[in-house]
Design a protein around this ligand. Structure first.
Ligand SMILES: Cc1cc2nc3c(=O)[nH]c(=O)nc-3n(C[C@H](O)[C@H](O)[C@H](O)COP(=O)(O)OP(=O)(O)OC[C@H]3O[C@@H](n4cnc5c(N)ncnc54)[C@H](O)[C@@H]3O)c2cc1C
Length: 455
């Protein structure tokens, strides 16, 4: 059944009430009196994972830059979430980081993060967005197509399937934040437009996450064992609200972690460092591991399209989905939201090309880091230019220096947390420290003691 069009006056529609969609809705609500968000999922009141966002079971980090932007968009964010059981961390001081099998030297820093589950973060943002004047979030409402003017020159709304019937919603702007499975390409084709060119890297990644009880008084710090070229298995063990540990193991290609509890533990034993293995052996599990495959990272180059309909923006993962091990997705979505806010403040004329151009600048550094990092692994197919080989070689030196030099460690974490541009690692003060350490130690690798968590 097709219902009568619902006419609206100066309104925006957001497809998807994931974190990307919520961030977009937040900034749209400054510019449009009505913002309607549609999500095909039932949206649970409780902070539990849901079907449309399977990554909700996995451990996730919000980078320092993401925390900063989200705090700006939602004042009180950090304090509110700490009040709901998240823990505020100094990233360099309060967590153990292994890069290239080397322990980064801990030191007090200005880098702040929150340890929490993804459902808590999403649930909180949904609450704050829903409380904004003019915003309506509709669950169990699947967008099945775009509506366009007769000439197809501009999108004028969406067709929504809910309660078994189709209904058309007019809007002056449609923001597509429907995530990795988005149908932007098909929808653009149906309006007669070429879809954007895609760049893909396929690390053929899989995640498996198990929850454990965090015993009272347990002050073991979160630990992140990054995959290395010789051991492409990684792990992250972080606290979450509800006195829990979330432990995620990652692998690539044929060497991926299992959802079988015994195999999960055995996989952890073979990370580059044994800290996570020792940790989980003494913790009480709260259920079996949950597994998820993430085959590819995809960037869609909307900014290069010669012809685009007015009134349609792809946003967050629908625009670029990163390798999640670098934890960039939410932070880049937040940065895109700031760009969208800025573009809207300059008016609506040619909004799509202006937004895609601005977003591509935000995506550039993160995408470059993600692709360069992936191509360090021999199993990942892609063109290893001289620049990529040089950067990966230099990063190995940076990690070696960061074992003893907390200034270098801070520079690396600042770049990885998108607080500082990557070029900072090549600035004279940091380069000098990296080279001094390199010259001081000779070219042979010095064995690194595992300052591990012991049984
Ligand atoms: C395993 C994994 C781990 C990750 N870890 C991190 C991390 O540590 N840190 C980080 O910053 N990022 C991480 N990310 C990325 C992060 O989750 C996303 O970048 C971020 O949440 C933005 O996603 P999104 O809102 O664009 O899409 P999603 O979160 O996928 O949300 C899309 C929403 O759209 C809805 N939807 C889909 N189609 C339709 C439709 N047709 N109609 C209506 N609704 C629809 C879905 O139900 C869903 O709610 C991870 C991703 C994965 C897969």
């Amino acid at each position: 059944m097709r219902e009568t069009p619902v006419g609206t006056n100066d309104s925006a529609v957001v497809i998807g009430a994931g974190i990307g969609g919520l961030l977009a809705a937040r900034v749209l609500s400054d510019a449009f009196p009505r913002v309607t968000v549609f999500d095909r999922d039932e949206l649970p009141a409780a902070t539990v994972p849901r079907r449309g966002v399977p990554q909700g079971h996995q451990a996730q980090a919000l980078l320092a830059k993401g925390c900063e932007i989200v705090e700006e968009l939602f004042p009180g964010f950090t304090d509110d979430l700490v009040g709901r059981g998240a823990t505020a961390l100094d990233i360099q001081q309060d967590a153990r980081w292994y890069f290239g099998g080397r322990l980064l030297r801990a030191a007090p820093s200005e880098l702040r993060a929150l340890a929490l589950s993804r459902p808590l973060l999403e649930g909180y943002l949904r609450e704050r967005v829903a409380a904004r004047t003019g915003v309506q979030i509709n669950a169990s409402s699947e967008v099945v197509g775009l509506l366009a003017e007769e000439s197809n020159r501009s999108v004028r709304g969406v067709r929504v399937l809910r309660g078994g019937a189709e209904q058309d919603f007019d809007a002056d702007l449609v923001v597509d934040a429907s995530g990795r499975g988005n149908r932007g390409e098909t929808w653009l084709r149906s309006l007669g437009y070429e879809p954007p060119q895609e760049e893909r890297v396929e690390p053929k990644l899989a995640y498996s996450t198990r929850q454990y009880r965090r015993p009272p008084g347990d002050d073991t710090e979160p630990v992140i064992v990054n995959a290395t070229v010789t051991c492409p298995r990684g792990g992250i063990a972080v606290w979450a609200e509800g006195e829990r540990w979330l432990v995620t193991l990652t692998g690539m290609g044929d060497d991926t972690p299992s959802a079988d509890p015994e195999e999960f533990t055995a996989f952890a034993a073979d990370l580059a460092k044994p800290d996570i293995y020792h940790l989980i052996r003494r913790l009480e599990p709260l259920g079996p591991p949950k597994r998820m495959r993430i085959p590819a990272s995809v960037r869609r180059r909307y900014e290069r399209l010669r012809s685009l309909p007015d009134g349609y923006l792809a946003f967050a993962d629908a625009l670029c989905q990163f390798n999640p091990v670098y934890a960039q997705g939410v932070t880049v979505a937040a940065a895109e939201a700031m760009e969208l806010r800025h573009c809207l403040a300059q008016g609506r004329d040619k909004l799509a090309p202006r937004f895609f151009k601005a977003a591509s600048k935000v995506i550039d550094a993160a995408w470059d880091m993600s692709v360069t990092g992936d191509l360090a692994y021999p199993g990942v197919v892609g063109q290893r230019t001289g620049r990529i080989r040089f950067i990966n070689g230099y990063l190995d030196w940076v990690h070696a220096a960061a074992e003893t030099d907390s200034v270098v460690g801070n520079a690396f974490l600042s770049v990885a947390n998108l607080m500082t541009p990557p070029q900072f690692l090549f600035s004279p003060p940091i380069l000098g420290r990296v080279l001094r350490r390199r010259i001081g130690r000779g070219t042979g690798a010095r064995p690194v003691a595992t300052a591990g968590i012991t049984e």
